[in-house]
Design a protein around this ligand. Structure first.
Ligand code: CA
Length: 623
């Protein structure tokens, strides 16, 4: 019947319209997928997805400078808890360190032992949880704890560098595992604590393990299937083995003697950036291993003459091929665990009347380095805490550090080195506010006494690095110390990279291990230090907020905007906390103290931040 046909057609058409409406609504609710172009705009004034936090350092320059202005000087004092969500307890080594991401109304939080949480970013409701199920038996093969500092996000997928050196891709909506690649062998003492970074169609990751006897490297994997694209080794192969390329040929000429039995070291466990303008991947490399240079085959008559490339260096490679483009060694012949690994910041800065495309790093050595990121050209290096291992920088030789020869040590001569154990600045993120023109740097100042042992032992705790015990009974050569005189034992400093002047200092706020920062276009600087969220005026350092939370852990804060509300969020060792102006949710109770033994997640009692000890015990240092 014709009438019925018409009715059927009308019903069919109505059904199609309904279905199309449903599809279009669904599409409208899906945010734009994150690709290389979106990442290039992430966190900038041209942000394709404003209000999100899509990559470890917010922008690919890793400035941790947010465009958001709803929270400002007038209302930041009214920040209160909007929501909290429980997290698996952090490990026993001082709380969690993970920076979350925010995309698609969702917080993605990495936690210790390679657990990832997804929370609704407005309500805190848990969407999913993923556990990489690290075999507890492998933990003795991880040099420096079970932290996970961050995640990468690309095309609706989350990429996790799991503690046991596996790279794992998850569906961001469901938490379902899509692929995993074994990057290195945990049984060979390789591990991961690093946040992977996206470089075009690849994901870059670097290994930890330099406190054991590894050959360090970083590597690129193809995002489409997790296959290896390239690998850059940070120390050459064992003598006699084939050299992979010209970079390894050059490196091999800077080592001597029987060094290879201890691997060489130079892990890549934190600082890593991708610069889309130059298509360079720039990585920071860790200490040479073992620490005393004589154990790396260098006879006393030749101390300081072998650089041991590419240990303690900033290396830039082509993102497509992994081939070396430039390097700068921040500490030649490292003998003091001065990993050149702390996070980088890239910026365009006016220096001596010219706009320079700089990369900045403040590693454990206590020196603030500024280089031209396009070619590795030296711009400046200035101590940010008292130092004595270096006497200057040779400008005729691209700023090569001039090592104080008295800083070398052996079994009979000990040295007191400034800065000390754990380094002057470790993993806690710096930030840069281009309006204020300042870099915010959490730091520690101190010293440590070095002398060599007879033999390193990778299973002997502090002796793993070839250090002798104590050193106080040895002959010690006094050395002059230079650097700023207003930085106390540790805290937060605001530096002007144009002049290397320290504009303001908050002593006792964070240090080399904790105290990560984030800054905004409304002239605010946020810091999570100890058990308190602080906010300061970015230009002057005037304190605007000190919000205690009485929970363990010291992960860095992020900020994001959702449904026209700006949040400040961060992980503690036991809870994720999201703050907003006028938030009135009840702060979670601290976890109960353990009945006995060493606490997992037990909070330290609330107290004023203590100054860093003059000699931090190396057994507790981070990487
Ligand atoms: Ca180290």
């Amino acid at each position: 019947m014709p009438t019925l046909t018409v009715k059927k057609t009308a019903l069919w058409a109505a059904g199609v319209i309904a279905a199309l409406t449903l599809i279009s609504t669904t599409i409208a609710q899906q945010p734009r997928a994150v690709d290389a172009k979106v990442l290039q705009t992430a966190g900038t004034a041209k942000d394709a997805l404003p209000g999100t936090w899509l990559t470890y350092g917010l922008t690919q320059t890793e400035q941790r400078y947010s465009q958001l202005k709803q929270i400002d000087e007038s209302n930041v004092g009214k920040l209160g808890l909007a929501w909290s969500a429980p997290l698996a307890p952090a490990g026993s080594r001082g709380g969690t360190e993970g920076t979350p991401l925010m995309w698609n109304h969702t917080i993605f939080q990495p936690m210790d032992n390679s657990i990832v949480y997804a929370f609704d970013a407005f309500t805190g409701e848990q969407k999913w949880m993923y556990d990489a199920k690290i075999d507890p038996a492998t933990r003795t093969h991880m040099c420096c704890g079970t932290h996970n500092r961050g995640l990468a996000l690309f095309d609706g997928k989350i990429i996790l560098a799991a503690n046991d050196a596996r790279l794992i891709e998850l569906d961001a909506n469901s938490g379902k595992e899509l692929w995993q690649s074994k990057v290195a062998d945990i049984n060979q003492y390789y591990s991961f604590t690093i946040a992977p970074r996206i470089a075009g169609d690849k994901v870059i990751v670097g290994v930890g393990g330099g406190e054991f006897f590894i050959r360090g490297f970083f590597a690129a994997y193809n995002l489409k299937d997790g296959s290896l694209a390239w690998k850059f080794y940070t120390v050459p192969p064992k003598p006699g083995e084939p050299l992979e390329d010209k970079a390894q040929e050059a490196a091999a000429k800077t080592w001597t003697g029987d060094w290879a039995k201890y691997g060489g070291g130079a892990p890549v466990w934190d600082g890593l950036v991708y610069d889309p303008e130059t298509n360079l991947v720039i990585a920071g490399t860790g200490n040479a291993e073992p620490w005393p240079q004589e154990m790396r085959g260098i006879p006393k008559s030749e101390w300081g003459k072998w650089d041991n490339l590419y240990t303690c260096s900033i290396v830039a490679v082509d993102a497509k091929t992994g081939k070396l483009k430039w390097y700068y060694q921040t500490v030649p012949t490292d003998s003091w665990d001065f990993d050149s690994v702390g996070g980088f910041i890239m910026a365009d800065v006016q220096i001596e009347g010219k706009t320079r495309k700089v990369i900045m790093q403040a590693p454990k050595s206590g020196v603030f380095y500024i280089l031209d990121r396009t070619n590795g050209q030296f711009i400046s290096a200035e101590p940010f805490v008292p130092v004595n291992w270096v006497t200057g920088f040779d400008k005729k030789n691209n700023g090569k550090p001039i090592i104080n020869p008295d800083a070398y040590y052996d079994q009979t001569n000990s040295v007191v080195i400034y800065p000390g154990g754990g380094g002057a600045h470790n993993w806690a993120p710096m930030s840069y506010n281009p309006n204020a023109g300042l870099v915010y740097l959490p730091y520690s100042a101190g010293s440590y006494t070095f002398n060599a042992a007879a033999e390193p032992d990778p299973r002997a705790g502090g002796g793993a690095h070839g250090l002798g015990r104590g050193g106080q009974d040895k002959k010690t050569t006094p050395m002059p110390i230079w650097g700023p005189d207003n930085v106390g034992r540790g805290g937060l400093q605001a530096r002007d990279p144009k002049t290397n002047q320290i504009k303001w200092v908050k002593t006792g706020r964070g240090g080399s291990i904790g105290g990560g920062t984030m800054t905004t276009a409304s002239n605010l600087l946020f810091q999570v230090a100890g058990n308190t969220l602080y906010a300061y005026k970015a230009d002057t350092g005037d304190e605007l907020l000190a919000l205690p939370f009485n929970l363990p852990g010291a992960a860095p804060p992020i900020t994001y905007m959702i449904d026209n509300t700006q949040f400040v969020g961060f992980a503690t060792g036991t809870q994720f906390l999201a703050m907003k102006v006028g938030g009135t949710a009840k702060m979670p109770d601290p976890p109960p103290a353990p009945a006995f033994g060493r606490g997992r997640g037990a909070p330290p009692p609330p107290r004023a931040p203590a100054p860093a000890p003059a000699e931090a015990p190396h057994g507790q240092e981070k990487q």
